[in-house]
Design a protein around this ligand. Structure first.
Ligand code: BTN
Length: 318
């Protein structure tokens, strides 16, 4: 039974009888009935009503490879390989388990649902079925250890620019790369590297972006968060195509010129600038005053200017 096809028939949010679904999929009514637990296993709530059939209340905004590819500009489309999975532990894990991409190509993985989505600092990342964008891109990056400076910040810039271009207001970046709308987090980025400075880095760049997540889905999240659909009406395929285009453009420019060409854009999105901050675990306190050419956070403290390469930054209310 092709679960993708069954989901796509049910994605309109209407009732469909078992015999209608069976006929369209070339299977028996019993096979449809037997597939229901598999859908429920993906956390897709299926309503079964005697005499009416099966329904997914509210419908689903499913990812569609052909639709995404049809929206991409030709110069982007020709450099990407796109895999869309129904469910996987983590899209980063999926790409890490494959051979590195060759040359200038980008291998992209999307999943409707992650069973073990990973955030930074060992946190869990919530990925309810067909609600958000769980996106990973793997690509090669040459240029030694210096080539990595600012990489995680420019990925944040790509996500922030995508959201702004889609029409969201008050988009901001919290160093190094948490993406906010106002004071609520809307996206997070997890970069994972393998390889060596002497050859090429194989970068797996994971982006989790909230699109249709509602209060019920996000009840376990321990910080304030928001979703794109609180601000605009949009389909996830369009979000993915915009994100992918922006990301490849930003990364190509970064590969050529490094972080320095993104410093102004970063500064425009920087929500910590001018704020009193505390950096953990060092305990450094002071006022955030932007980033340097390597993408490190600069904090003016009582002891002078500190250069912060890693750590968690929290804003201290005055
Ligand atoms: C963060 O903690 O802010 C980073 C979140 C990164 C989540 C994304 S979703 C796609 C990719 N797969 C994962 O398991 N994590 C990243």
């Amino acid at each position: 039974m092709d679960l993708n096809k069954l989901l796509s028939l049910l994605s309109d949010g209407e009732f469909h009888s078992g015999s209608e679904l069976g006929e369209l999929l070339g299977v028996s009514r019993t096979s449809i009935w037997k597939a229901v637990p598999s859908l429920e296993g993906l956390n897709v709530p299926i309503e079964v009503v005697k005499g009416k059939g099966y329904r997914i209340q509210g419908g689903l905004d499913l990812l569609d490879k052909n639709q995404i590819l049809s929206i991409l500009p030709c110069n982007i489309k020709e450099r990407v390989n796109l895999d869309i999975l129904l469910s996987h532990s983590s899209t980063n894990d999926y790409l890490s388990s494959l051979e590195s991409p060759v040359g200038q190509t980008y291998h992209i993985c999307l999943a409707e649902h992650q069973t073990a989505g990973r955030g930074r600092r060992g946190k869990e990342w919530i990925s309810p079925f067909a609600k958000n964008v769980s996106f990973s891109a793997s690509f090669l990056l040459g240029g030694g250890a210096e080539a990595l400076s600012g990489l995680s910040l420019v990925v944040g810039v790509a996500v922030a620019k995508t959201l702004q271009a889609l029409g969201l207001k008050n988009v901001g970046l919290k160093w190094p790369n948490d993406v906010f709308v106002g004071d609520k987090k809307i996206a997070g980025i997890l970069l994972e590297l393998s390889g060596e400075a002497t050859t090429n880095w194989n970068v797996v760049c994971g982006i989790g972006l909230n699109v249709h997540m509602d209060e019920r889905d996000g009840v376990v999240i321990d910080q304030s968060w928001c979703s794109i659909s609180e601000s605009i009406v949009i389909e996830r395929n369009m979000v993915v195509a915009s994100l992918l285009t922006q990301l490849v453009e930003v990364l190509e420019s970064f590969k050529k010129d490094g972080f320095k060409v993104f410093m102004d854009e970063w500064a425009q999105f920087d929500i910590l600038s001018g704020e009193r901050v505390i950096v953990t675990p060092t305990g450094i306190e002071g006022r955030a005053v932007g980033v340097n050419m390597q993408g490190a956070l600069l904090v003016k403290s009582a002891d002078g200017e500190c250069v912060i390469n890693a750590g968690e930054v929290s804003v201290r209310k005055q």
